[in-house]
Design a protein around this ligand. Structure first.
Ligand SMILES: [Zn+2]
Length: 564
């Protein structure tokens, strides 16, 4: 586990709370057999494919594949990180999280950094209040005092030590770690000078970095962002996210390119806009947005750079595309960005533009057919080839099939493909190799580990997974009452976690007695397989150079066992 909350505490916590009590206040659930089901909160659907199992303390959606423990549910539903989700559950259960010394130190350390960014934000805000020239500049750009207040806009003085001098010597290191200082010739000085300052907030509204915009035309670069720090990772953060989430009642979010775009839209009552921070849209951004909204509209400037950014966003979005999520692209008239557009034409006209955003399917087809003459056979073949590269990046599902059909229609080339299922199927146990079946069984009901004979050597089998099975057996031995979801938490940071999540639901249809008998059959089968591979090993050795007396005895014993 990445944090230093002890595993034993997580096991205990997940045994004390009931996942039903965590999910039920947030999702309407109905009893369905031994489990509960409801409409999935993580994707849009009309028929329930979201299930909650009290027995396993586990939730799973057969539509979008989201699954996990009560901790995982809170993380996904509330946008919390692991430690915060654990803290919230512990509070519900009335127990205290035993943060280790290292963890307390880290927490303390981060709090020190937040205290610095917060204080610097206030200094910048005060400096803005004192500077009429900058206030006029903002007024000219159509930004009023209320918006400045909401976004905590400030101003960094034209000074080499405007910030540094306000902090005692022992805090200079912290300033540096917040990315507020630059260095040259062993001297440090303020990174941001004579700039309009945009604090960048995390999901909980804490300031983690700054963006600085030049106020004089000749000043370079026009935009200067904080470097990556312990608090700030560009590819993960979106400007305005916490406000968009707080104020937005819409089902969609607008992704724009710049701070000023977010501000201008907000001021015109369009409060569901966020901006990437001088980077291209990342897959982490898109995943984050789809957690809170079902539709993402990329709104790029009307110029060539805007087109380029849109294409990048398209390429990032394709592999993440889900049938129930909507992605659209809005291209403003050339010479306009969202800021200038909404200021010139107002809210209504901008919303009208938004209604005309191009769906991803259309934009994808446009992109694929750019520069191709579709009147010629050559052109059609070229389109078909180019489309293949794009379409294979789409996850299989209804949308990919529709796109495939469209491309076939235009090009006149038909590819015969098997229809893809709309929903994730429950993996069938008969499709799994014996090791995976074993893993599914003990994940489903950890106490089944006790049926596994110590003599069974998984390492001899030609399948992967021995390591994980041994780990599960070990965890269950330490904590015989552990529930499936708590068991899974031990693998939160492992590469296999999504595989394990899928294996959790394989045996859902069986009751305890059926599981035990399945387990007995499987163990008998695995014992036979290990015997066979041991026999083969010994025979191989016999052919190559003979066996020791002990090995001969072993071989005889194994063969007798096999015949029995
Ligand atoms: Zn779902």
């Amino acid at each position: 586990m990445a944090t230093s909350i002890p595993n034993a505490f997580i096991d205990d916590l997940l045994n004390r709370i009931d996942i039903y009590d965590v999910v039920a206040p947030r999702v309407s659930l109905k009893k369905a057999g031994k489990d509960y089901s409801g409409l999935c909160p993580f994707h849009h659907e009309n028929t329930p494919s979201f299930t909650v199992s009290q027995q396993k303390q586990f939730f799973h959606c057969f539509g979008c594949g989201q699954s996990g423990s009560a901790i995982g549910f809170l993380m996904a539903f509330e946008g919390l990180d692991f430690v915060d989700a654990v803290k919230e559950l512990a509070q519900q259960a009335g127990i205290e999280v035993p943060l280790t010394q290292v963890n307390k130190q880290q927490q303390h350390d981060r709090n020190n950094l937040y205290a610095i960014t917060e204080k610097v934000t206030r200094i910048y805000q005060q400096q803005l209040k004192n500077n009429n020239k900058i206030i006029d500049y903002l007024k000219n750009r159509g930004i009023d005092g209320k918006t400045c207040q909401t976004f905590q806009i400030g101003y960094a003085e034209d000074s080499w030590d405007g910030i540094a001098k306000r902090f005692p010597n022992e805090q200079q290191g912290l300033l540096d770690r917040c990315g507020l200082l630059s260095h040259s010739n062993q001297k440090s000085y303020d990174k941001f000078r004579n700039r309009l300052m945009f604090p960048i907030h995390d999901r909980r509204g804490r300031v983690i970095a700054f963006g600085g915009r030049a106020v004089d035309d000749e000043q370079q670069p026009k935009y200067l962002n904080s470097p990556e720090t312990d608090l700030f990772h560009k590819g993960r953060e979106l400007y305005g996210y916490h406000l968009a989430r707080k104020h937005s009642t819409a089902d969609h979010v607008i992704v724009v390119e710049g701070y000023m775009d977010v501000l201008a839209l907000h001021q015109h009552g369009i409060k569901n806009a966020v901006a990437t921070l001088g980077t291209a849209t990342s897959s982490e951004h898109i995943a984050l947005l789809f957690k809170s909204w079902s539709k993402v509209i990329f709104c790029f400037d009307g110029d060539a750079a805007g087109q380029k950014a849109a294409k990048k966003a398209l390429l990032t979005a394709l592999p993440l595309y889900l049938d129930d999520k909507i992605i659209e692209f809005l291209f403003l008239p050339e010479d306009h960005d969202p800021d200038s557009y909404v200021n010139q034409y107002g809210q209504n006209q901008f919303l009208q533009q938004l209604n005309q955003a191009v769906p991803l399917s259309q934009y994808l087809l446009d992109t694929i057919s750019t520069g191709i003459d579709l009147q010629t056979l050559d052109g059609k073949a070229q389109l078909y080839e180019r489309a293949k590269d794009y379409l294979k990046q789409l996850p299989s599902g209804a949308f990919r099939q529709i796109m495939q059909n469209k491309v076939s229609q235009i090009s006149g080339i038909v590819q015969h493909s098997r229809p893809t299922a709309r929903h994730q199927q429950r993996p069938k146990s008969t499709h799994l190799n014996p090791m995976r079946r074993l893993l599914s069984l003990i994940l489903n009901q950890p106490s089944l580990c006790e049926q596994i004979p110590k003599s069974l050597e998984f390492g001899l089998l030609p399948y992967k997974g021995a390591e994980i099975i041994n780990k599960v057996i070990e965890i269950q031995a330490d904590y015989p009452q552990i529930n499936p979801a708590a068991l899974l938490e031990h693998f939160r940071d492992s590469d296999y976690v999504s595989n394990l999540n899928r294996l959790m639901v394989v045996y859902d249809h069986m009751d305890a007695a059926e599981l035990a008998s399945e387990m007995a059959d499987l163990i008998a089968h695995l014992e036979q397989l290990t015997t066979t591979s041991k026999v083969n090993q010994l025979r191989e050795k016999q052919l190559q150079g003979g066996l020791t007396d002990l090995e001969k005895q072993q071989l005889v014993a194994l063969l007798t066992k096999k015949i029995k």
